[in-house]
Design a protein around this ligand. Structure first.
Ligand code: HEC
Length: 151
């Protein structure tokens, strides 16, 4: 028992609180009572919701591999994400795609479905569904779908 949070401890007659904070219960006992009076606490209970701030999500989960300008990192830069056609490999075949909403969605949810030319190896994009919840993924989707090309 951690007495730091306790105002007082009331034990029924045959219970005994020993010096190391352990309540000893007699083996023949079938009914005992322990009343703990807790210290009041000013801290509010705050539930921590995972962030849905799109910019922050990008910084935490995507920025290590993608820039928002044209610079390549481990993955392509996003400056022209919505404006330039891509050559991708899909099912082992080369294909030219427009980066419409559906393509952006697929790139995020199933990054291995269509691999951008030049990024076949060795670093693969992670499956973000393992680390982010639905709301977070929704926020990120919106961010990238609405991404304007850099002037
Ligand atoms: C470990 C590195 C890594 C991380 C982290 C990562 N990606 Fe990727 N991403 C890649 C690579 C490599 C490619 C290119 C290969 C491919 O098409 O899958 C790519 C491709 C993409 C594409 C297609 C880009 C294009 O030019 O067509 C999008 C969109 C994308 N990623 C979004 C994201 C988002 C959103 C996140 C964060 C939630 C993210 N990525 C995190 C490595 C990463």
């Amino acid at each position: 028992m951690n007495s730091e949070n306790l105002e007082s401890v009331e034990l029924s007659e045959r219970l005994h609180l020993n010096y190391s904070g352990v309540i000893e219960i007699h083996p023949t006992e079938t009914w005992d009572q322990i009343r703990l009076k807790l210290k009041s606490c000013n801290e509010k209970f705050v539930r921590k919701e995972p962030t849905i701030n799109d910019r922050l999500l990008y910084e935490l989960h995507c920025m290590s591999c993608h820039t928002l300008d044209g610079n390549k990192k481990i993955g392509p830069g996003f400056a022209d994400l919505r404006t330039r056609k891509r050559t991708v490999t899909r099912d082992g075949r080369s294909d030219i795609v427009t980066t419409d909403e559906q393509y952006v969605r697929e790139s995020i949810l199933q990054p291995q479905a269509a691999i951008v030319r030049g990024y076949e190896k060795p670093n693969r994009m992670v499956d973000i569904r393992k680390t982010l919840n639905k709301k977070q993924i929704g926020a990120l989707m919106k961010f990238f779908i609405e991404l304007k090309p850099k002037e």
